[in-house]
Ligand binder design. Structure first.
Ligand code: PMV
Length: 359
């Protein structure tokens, strides 16, 4: 896939712009641990979100210097550190997209979710950038490529920017990583799990309770690398493999009790891996645990199929089918809101995937 594109465009690429709105995603089966070349140590599965998105516009023009330039702006503010990172990313993929070396890039990005929400913007941000690059490529070098190939290629390049970003290129429920016995799964790019999903999961909500708005204490890069020496890692990878196969079945048969068991266990296992790394770290806060205990009590008392998942941080994602939304809202307002900072709650749900914002 990487060397397919030759720079066959005869003229100089003109000044123009491309733009994509791309969502964040929340993993149910967690990707934690990787091999070189951004290959996941286990397959993962996520819900693509609807409201938590990055909107990215890339303006490009023929480069004036020897090396191409990248200027990255977040909410209109220059971000020199990000500019450097994205330049390094572009540099690492320019052998597959030779047009990169011909251009200077001004990237304007904004997120719909507040920076202080602690939601990782790398998945939405990197997928938006990869989609923009694939749009430039399609426009000048690959006009006839199919939609399927376009998104596969965008997922491939998003993965090289940030692993979980490759899942944000698709809507609905998305898998990434080879799964034994499941055709069309790949370590190179993600794919939608398709139309084999029970109706129950089609309108799942994800309400995010913000417990702490601090920046990530441990970067994903460091977190993944700590799995290399974690003595529980090999067992974890076997468990993840088993969990994803079970979850794929559950998503077909609609058994919510089994869904809850796997999803919550995955969240706690992710944090267990952090707690058993060397050095070890703890990203849950006391309020994270209070919320989890309240959810367990509420579920027992009301039999509402509400469960939680966690990302690599203290904030809690509440997952439930849409038909329980008013019941869950009441529960949040009366029991859980006290554990959030400034009553911060983000109402999100399963979304349809990225959209082009500049034709
Ligand atoms: O894509 P990265 O390298 O930021 O890793 C993401 C890791 C988790 O968010 C913790 C889990 C996941 O699968 O999204």
């Amino acid at each position: 896939m990487t060397s397919r594109k030759e720079n066959i465009f005869e003229d100089k690429i003109p000044t123009d712009k491309v733009g994509w709105r791309s969502p964040s995603n929340i993993a149910l089966i967690k990707y934690w641990g990787k091999k070189s070349g951004q290959i996941p140590a286990n397959a993962s599965l996520s819900f693509t979100l609807k409201e938590s998105v990055s909107e990215t516009v890339i303006e490009y023009c023929p480069t004036e210097g020897k090396d191409f330039k990248v200027d990255f702006f977040l909410d209109g503010e220059p971000q020199p550190e990000f500019s450097k990172k994205i330049h390094a990313y572009f540099d690492s993929i320019k052998h597959s997209m030779p047009f990169i070396a011909q251009l200077d890039f001004k990237i304007n990005s904004k997120n719909t979710f507040p920076h202080s929400a602690g939601i990782a913007s790398s998945a939405s941000g990197m997928s938006a950038i990869a989609l923009c690059l694939c749009d430039i490529e399609k426009k000048y070098f690959d006009k006839d490529s199919s939609e399927e190939k376009f998104f596969q290629r965008a997922s491939y390049f998003a993965r090289l920017g940030s692993g979980s970003a490759c899942r944000s290129v698709y809507g609905g429920i998305v898998q990434w990583g080879e799964i034994d016995g499941h055709r069309n799964t790949s370590n190179m790019f993600a794919s939608e799990i398709g139309n084999e999903v029970d109706k129950l999961f089609e309108d799942f909500h994800d309400t995010i309770l913000i417990v702490d708005s601090e920046q990530k204490k441990v970067s994903s890069t460091v977190g993944h690398s700590l799995m290399n020496d974690n003595i529980f890692a090999s067992g974890r990878f076997i468990q993840a493999d088993d969990n994803i196969k079970q979850l794929l079945q559950i998503l077909k048969n609609g058994n919510l009790n089994d869904f809850i068991k796997i999803v919550e266990s995955e969240a706690l296992t992710l944090h267990s891996m952090m707690m058993t790394s060397n050095p070890y770290f703890l990203l849950m806060k006391p309020n994270t645990i209070s919320i989890i205990e309240k959810i367990w009590e509420f579920r027992k008392e009301t039999e509402t199929p509400l469960c939680f998942t966690l990302d690599a941080g203290p904030n809690v994602h509440l997952l439930y089918p849409a038909k329980y939304a008013s019941k869950v809202k009441k529960f949040i307002d009366t029991e859980l809101i006290q554990f959030t900072i400034n009553n911060m709650v983000i109402n999100d749900m399963l979304g349809g995937g990225p959209e082009r914002i500049i034709e």
